[in-house]
Design a protein around this ligand. Structure first.
Ligand SMILES: [Zn+2]
Length: 200
């Protein structure tokens, strides 16, 4: 490793900070990049900077967007009387891909986890509550993983939002915990949305 130029060592270290990039992959990527035509490297660098600068969370639903509010929130073909509550923006992609849902979304930004010091005030719960004011939303579908933290979060939401007179439901099976898109089976997911049950 000591024989590598410092700039290359630095690049490897930077790549290693990315999720799911191990030491071997980081080295392979770095070696590839330094031997690639600079036009392509510049395009990659530009894309990274542009996305990092321009992609923000939707102020309404928490999805990733370049416009406020996002395209999901302003799509007139969607049923905005129903909101699907997910943990992360990436979960929206899973649900959209399943094709079983045409309502609005609300990203919590995490799950309640006393062991990790995550409480309701750390999540976008107040924002969700705010969206229920006025009565335009009639159903909230909780689409969180069915594990201890997902259950605790669902239970908390039921307790806090129950008094708002909105129908609360939960997916027949939760989203797989810590899943990437590959883990969510479209058919299973769309069935889970269809078979959602009252949450109490
Ligand atoms: Zn939005």
């Amino acid at each position: 490793v000591t024989s590598l130029p410092p700039a290359l060592v630095e690049l490897i270290a930077a790549l290693r900070r990315l999720p799911s990039v191990g030491p071997r992959s980081a080295e392979r990527l770095a070696l590839h990049l330094v031997q690639t035509d600079q036009v392509h490297v510049r395009a990659l660098a530009d894309a990274l900077l542009r996305a990092s600068t321009e992609v923000r969370l939707c102020e309404r639903c928490g999805a990733l967007t370049q416009q406020q509010p996002c395209a999901l929130c302003t799509d007139p073909r969607r049923d905005h009387s129903i909101l699907c509550v997910v943990e992360r923006p990436v979960d929206i992609l899973s649900i959209e891909k399943s094709g079983g849902y045409r309502g609005g979304y609300h990203v919590l930004g995490g799950r309640i986890s006393p062991t990790n010091g995550v409480g309701p005030e750390d999540l976008r719960v107040a924002e969700l509550e705010q969206r229920l004011v006025g009565g335009a939303v009639s159903e909230v579908v909780v689409a969180l993983p069915t594990d201890v933290e997902g259950d605790a979060t669902a239970f908390y939401l039921a307790k806090r939002l129950g008094a708002r007179g909105v129908k609360l439901t939960r997916l027949a099976h939760g989203l797989p915990a810590g899943s990437s898109l590959d883990f969510a089976d479209d058919l299973t997911l769309s069935r889970a949305i269809e078979g959602r049950r009252p949450l109490s």
